[in-house]
Design a protein around this ligand. Structure first.
Ligand code: ADP
Ligand code: MG
Length: 693
């Protein structure tokens, strides 16, 4: 028997009597194996461990009750319903069902004994429960209630709690029979040093806690599982990193003369931080293993020029560079900067856009394939099968948080040739808190541009209610009279791009009317690419004063003369995203301002979050707070990319464990390598795993 057969959990389908429909619904919750059921933890518990006498049930109580049916009737008042009265000698209670079957009706005959759980409310005839969870019980079962709390699981349409509960019970039974399913892979010494609950016990407690189980016991059980999950992620990343270290990459270097020629052509001198990061990159490129470097730098810190320097190093060593960005708007902008910077040095810069079709596309693809195109800018279009590089030496990815780990690695594989892998440079303005960096980014070395170009002062941020909209509008008028430009950002409404665009259109109309002397433009996600570009170009050249935009301007847009930004409904966005948006201003000389115009009333949490933005412009502080307040998924846009999604661990809650996780991972890799693969199998869905190594 192979190792995987021993450690792989049986499929839920192998449990007796689980129908196809149920399996389908379970699959929607991503539950396929018995082990998935075990890790599908309750979101809450109901206490059904004691019976309440019917005479003492009051509206608002959530109660477990028992009684005998006295009378059942179908009543066709305003809405047809089945009403059933039960009593237990202390009083009575009405059960009401708006949906019911004939079978249900016929079984609720006088004398039937029922146990019901639900919330009581004031009804037409007296206290009632609407659609209680009920069961028929035999007389001898009367009064024999559950000893443990009743778990309530996250579920999906058509999948009953009862089904889930019974499946979990069977899964637990199966583990009792076959301890290979939940085999303990963490060495005994570690478990006892950390005073951890054994794995099976932790899982059992969480599914079936006793009524008096202290929150502490549940907390310990949860920690035990979170630890193992974090450990598995850490192992996956470390193993991948070790694997990468054994690969070869081309040696790239930039002759001093070309470097000087490039830097002299810039209208500014590099900051100390930019210089330092360039040195770090140069050292990586000159080594024979692939660089995997993340450059973090706040918005406006000047990452693009650093990337251009790295690109030039690859180009002068006769290799190509792929430069990938998340949006076409940004690709266009970088295409312009790169052409401007690199073409005087004899580099052919190409741009591959999704919109390019036919002849143009063919020609661009050819130039990439035969190596004429040295630097290639593009969106994720660069991943496509048809894009073939001649000699790819460096991959630069801008605004990494928009791409998943897998996309990043895919581009790398694509460039591999003759046993050489391209170097990777990843740039992000979203500072990655230490905790996340350790997991999702542990395969990367990190450089930080912690200095803004001179003459930038922090953006002054104010938080005001939309009831003061007219004041804001008046301020725009003054600002524009001073020869400066303004952004007005309309944020996502109800997750609908269509509505967001509509809101932006309405706002534009209102502003045009209120500000006759201001030239107003609009960009939103539903406009044609050419239209968007035209508007952006007009704003950049100064023929528009005010740009109304949806969040499409979030990344990278650079218009130094725009020093005022109004963000509508900022309470809907995460801190990191707001910080990114705000980074569009404060790029030129003079003071700049950001007005966060919220829709009152503001919740306490939202007040706190917006307050953080007002107080600090330090991207790291903001990212840490964002993680604390919202959790890691949203912070990095991970939900969409499936990058680091935990089943049980919660980085905001469990970050204390990370040092221990790291130490345990190292110990396992060194002394118990046989435990690594089973742990990865247990915890990481196939899609989350780093490249198979
Ligand atoms: P980000 O790090 O947000 O990508 P960019 O690379 O777009 O920032 O740079 C923002 C602006 O600052 C650009 O206009 C760029 O030309 C300019 N810039 C970059 N480095 C410097 C510098 N050392 N001094 C002055 N301006 C700079
Ligand atoms: Mg940028």
């Amino acid at each position: 028997m192979s190792l995987s057969e021993v450690t792989d959990s049986p499929k839920i389908a192998s449990l007796k009597g689980v129908g196809a429909k149920t399996l389908e619904r379970l699959a929607k919750l991503n539950l396929h194996k018995v082990q998935d059921l075990l890790f599908h933890l309750p979101s809450r518990y109901e206490n059904r461990t004691s019976l309440m006498p019917l005479g003492s049930v009051k509206p608002g109580d959530q109660a477990l009750v028992e009684g005998l049916v006295e009378v059942t009737e179908v009543i066709a008042r305003s809405r047809r319903s089945l009403v059933c009265r039960i009593s237990d000698g202390t009083g009575f209670l009405y059960l009401r069902f708006f949906h019911f079957t004939g079978d249900q009706l016929s079984r609720l005959k006088p004398g039937a004994r029922l146990r019901c759980f639900g919330e009581a409310r004031e009804g037409y005839y007296g206290t009632e429960m609407v659609h209680p969870d009920y069961q028929h019980i035999a007389d001898e079962e009367a009064g024999h209630v559950d000893q443990s709390l009743t778990p309530v699981y996250p579920s999906t349409e058509g999948l009953h709690q009862k089904t889930l509960r019974s499946l979990v019970e069977r899964a637990l039974d199966l583990c009792r029979e076959n301890d290979a399913i939940l085999k303990e892979w963490i060495p005994e010494s570690v478990l006892s040093a950390l005073e951890f609950t054994p794995l099976f016990e932790a899982i059992r407690v969480l599914h079936q806690p006793t009524a008096d189980a202290a929150a502490e016991i549940l907390g310990q059980a949860q920690q035990r599982l979170a630890f193992e999950e974090l450990l598995a992620h850490h192992l996956s990343v470390s193993r991948f990193r070790n694997h990468m270290k054994q690969q070869a990459a081309p040696l790239l270097s930039l002759p001093e003369t070309i470097s000087k020629q490039f830097l002299d052509s810039l209208p500014f001198a590099l900051t100390g931080a930019q210089n330092r990061v360039i040195h770090e990159i140069a050292a990586d490129l000159a080594a024979s293993k692939p660089m995997m470097r993340l450059v973090q730098g706040d918005v406006g810190s000047g990452k693009t020029v650093v990337a251009a320097w790295a690109a030039l190093a690859a180009l002068s060593s006769d290799f190509q560079v792929a430069f990938m960005v998340p949006t076409e708007l940004l690709a266009e902008q970088h295409f312009r900067s790169f052409s401007h910077w690199l073409e005087p040095l004899g580099v052919h810069v190409a741009y591959l856009a999704g919109k390019h079709k036919g002849q143009i596309r063919r020609e661009t693809l050819e130039a990439i394939a035969d190596g004429r195109a040295g630097a290639v800018l593009g969106t994720h279009a660069l991943f496509q099968e048809e894009v073939k590089f001649h000699r790819l030496g460096l991959v630069v990815i801008d605004e990494q948080h928009r791409f998943g780990v897998h996309q990043r690695l895919a581009l790398r594989e694509k460039g591999a040739r003759d046993g050489l892998y391209p170097h990777q440079l990843i740039m992000t303005a979203t500072p990655i808190p230490r905790t996340l960096a350790m997991l999702g980014y542990a395969d990367l070395d990190v450089s930080i541009i912690d200095e803004l170009p001179p003459g930038r002062s922090p953006v002054k941020t104010s938080v005001i209610p939309s009831t003061r909209r007219h004041e804001v509008t008046a301020r725009i008028d003054d600002w524009v009279k001073g020869g400066k430009q303004v952004y007005w950002v309309c944020t996502l409404i109800e997750e609908s791009e269509a509505l967001e665009c509509e809101a932006a259109e309405n706002t534009t109309a209102t502003l045009i009317e209120a500000l006759p002397n201001v030239r107003v433009g609009l960009v939103h996600g539903r406009m044609k690419q050419v239209e968007k570009e035209e508007v952006m170009a007009s704003f950049k050249s100064g023929t528009l004063d005010l740009l109304v935009a949806t969040t499409v301007i979030e990344v990278g847009v650079d218009v130094p003369n725009a020093g005022l930004m109004i963000i509508e409904n900022p309470e809907r966005l995460g801190l990191a995203q707001l910080h990114q948006l705000r980074g569009r201003v404060g790029r030129g000389p003079g003071d700049s301002f950001c007005v966060l115009m919220y829709q009152p009333p503001l919740t306490q949490g939202a007040k706190e979050r917006l307050g953080i933005l007002r107080e600090t412009s330090d991207g790291f502080v903001i990212a840490e707070k964002d993680l604390e307040l919202r959790g890691p998924g949203e912070l990095l846009g991970i939900r969409q990319t499936g990058q680091v999604q935990f089943r049980i661990a919660d980085l905001a809650r469990d970050s204390d464990m990370l040092d221990q996780v790291k130490a345990t991972a190292e110990a396992l890799l060194e002394h118990h390598p046989e435990a690594v693969e089973p742990l990865l199998r247990r915890w990481l869905a196939d899609g989350v795993r780093y490249a198979e190594v």
